[in-house]
Ligand binder design. Structure first.
Ligand code: SF4
Length: 118
């Protein structure tokens, strides 16, 4: 059995979920969204997140990138590792896709800000 706090609304219901006979049984939810959340956390937990990468020749030395789509949380560490070894060259424009299919996750990394040449 796993315990979660539902983050789909500010109420923050305490959920429990367990798999029985191939079905996820959820308790503690006050509405159907809580069940959806718990089932997703049990079967395919995804996250939307940002990483920072270095930029050379720019007015700033780093820029944040966000994933283009939510990705399974098992890809967070590999994507962060890829970002740690990436150095972009200015200029970088907000909205640019700077890494395609990051860590083979299926998500691209998109610049969230612009960095002009220094
Ligand atoms: S289960 Fe429903 S009411 Fe409870 S926190 Fe989740 S979305 Fe909100």
């Amino acid at each position: 059995m796993k315990e979660f706090v539902c983050i789909r609304c500010p109420l923050g219901c305490a959920l429990t979920a367990e798999e029985k006979d191939g079905e996820v049984i959820v308790t503690g939810n006050s509405c159907p969204r809580g069940r959806e959340y718990a089932v997703a956390e049990m079967t395919d937990p995804v996250r939307t997140f940002s990483v920072s990468v270095r930029v050379k020749g720019g007015e700033r030395g780093a820029v944040a990138l966000r994933v283009s789509v939510p990705v399974n949380k098992k890809f967070i560490a590999p994507i962060a590792e890829q970002a740690r070894h990436t150095v972009l060259t200015a200029p970088v424009r907000a909205g640019d896709t700077v890494i395609k299919n990051a860590a083979s996750s299926g998500a691209d990394l998109i610049a969230v800000a612009s960095v002009a040449r220094e």
